[in-house]
Design a protein around this ligand. Structure first.
Ligand code: UT7
Length: 337
């Protein structure tokens, strides 16, 4: 291959509206469901999350994605006219058709680009980057915008206290650019996997073509998230460790060669368990789950963008992204910034 892909710029956006743990405790008490700030902090590390304002019809998945994309383009020194392709990772699209990528294209005015969505749930941003990398390496595209964005607040079942406390809304974006194959600052390798046998651990049963949302199913909340938290926890730790080890082995690297570890932000206890097994120091792990909860495909690009803008990540540093999500999907990307 003559070409490689380099990440040139990132951006992020969250809604203004905060939902603290106490707010959730109050909100779900109307359904006779109990929770409290202490439990949520101890078991998840989450203090608050952001959610869209449903009274404001302009605040949508694609509007958050557009804000993040504009920042990423500015950091990369690019404009919307430079984009060849838009890859939008989301499992909470503005509409089922058209794709959220096309709504973003319209908002951004990226007239030259072609646009598509990818649904790999929380692994979506990683799947998006890896897909973009293939188009860049094969010479089909020079500049690709990858967005990971979710509005999970619209799919949460507020009567299920084990899942409704976890999720938040947000968007992250990255601009990838074609560079010569041996350029030092580039995506170094990727490792993707999925296991459809675990589909039942995390799903929204109704609202697709398999199960229409009838009034009866609506009242049963079948159009909302169903989750087996304990099982996901175990699979997540095992899978994140495996993907990280594979990424390191493929590049003949050890933990000591990494400057930063950027895991999917689902639960601080998952991150701590993975860090312990990998013997990765917590002070080199990027974390934003405390402030934003699990924003699915947006967790990695948003926490990455924050660390780039506050100067924690420096040019030439080596970073490992590592995610798992519904499917069960998973993947790691190793890159030099
Ligand atoms: O991207 C994939 C998204 N999903 C995930 O990443 C989920 C991964 N899993 C988790 O994060 C954790 O399993 C949870 C946070 C969901 C649950 O934490 P846990 O430590 O595994 O708790 P648990 O399910 O074992 O439940 C312990 C107790 C139960 O009560 P009993 O049976 O011991 O009396 C639950 O009913 O905690 C209770 N509980 C709660 N109590 C207060 C569950 N949720 C809550 C709550 N507030 N929100």
């Amino acid at each position: 291959m003559k070409f490689a892909a380099r990440m040139l710029g990132t951006g992020s956006a969250h809604p203004e509206k905060r939902l603290t743990n106490d707010d959730i405790a109050r909100k779900i008490s109307q359904f006779g469901v109990e929770t409290n700030d202490r439990w949520i902090r101890d078991r998840t590390g989450i203090r608050e999350r952001r959610v869209i304002d449903v009274q404001n019809s302009a605040e949508t998945n694609s509007s958050l994605g557009t804000q993040a994309a504009r920042q990423a383009l500015a950091m990369a020194g690019k404009t919307a006219a430079d984009i060849d392709q838009i890859i939008y990772a989301t499992c909470t699209p503005d509409t089922i058709i058209p794709s959220t990528a096309c709504w973003l294209q319209q908002k951004l005015g990226a007239d030259r680009a072609w646009a598509m969505d990818i649904n790999a749930a929380c692994s979506g941003f990683i799947y998006g980057i890896v897909t973009a990398e293939q188009f860049i390496r094969s010479g089909h595209a020079k500049t690709i915008l990858v967005v990971g964005a979710e509005v999970l607040s619209q799919f949460v079942n507020w009567q299920d206290r084990s899942s409704c406390i976890l999720f938040g809304d947000g968007a992250g974006a990255a601009v990838l650019e074609q560079v010569p194959a041996q350029t030092a600052r580039r995506l170094l390798s990727n490792h993707l996997l999925s296991n459809g046998d675990l589909n039942g651990l995390f799903l929204i049963p109704a609202g697709g073509s398999k199960l229409e949302v009838t009034p009866e199913r609506y009242h049963q909340n079948l159009h909302k998230i169903q989750m087996n938290g304990r099982e996901i926890f175990k699979v997540a730790v095992r899978t994140l460790v495996e993907c990280a080890q594979q990424a390191l082995a493929k590049n003949q690297m050890t933990i000591g060669d990494l400057d930063w570890f950027v895991p999917h932000q689902a639960n601080i206890r998952i991150i701590e368990a993975v860090a312990e097994r990998l013997q990765f120091p917590m002070d080199r792990i990027l974390i934003n789950v405390d402030r934003f909860g699990n924003t699915s495909a947006a967790t990695i690009p948003t926490v990455l963008d924050e660390a780039l803008r506050n100067g924690r990540i420096q040019n030439g540093q080596t970073i490992l992204f590592d995610a798992f999500g519904a499917g069960l999907t998973a993947g790691a990307v190793l890159l030099r910034w």
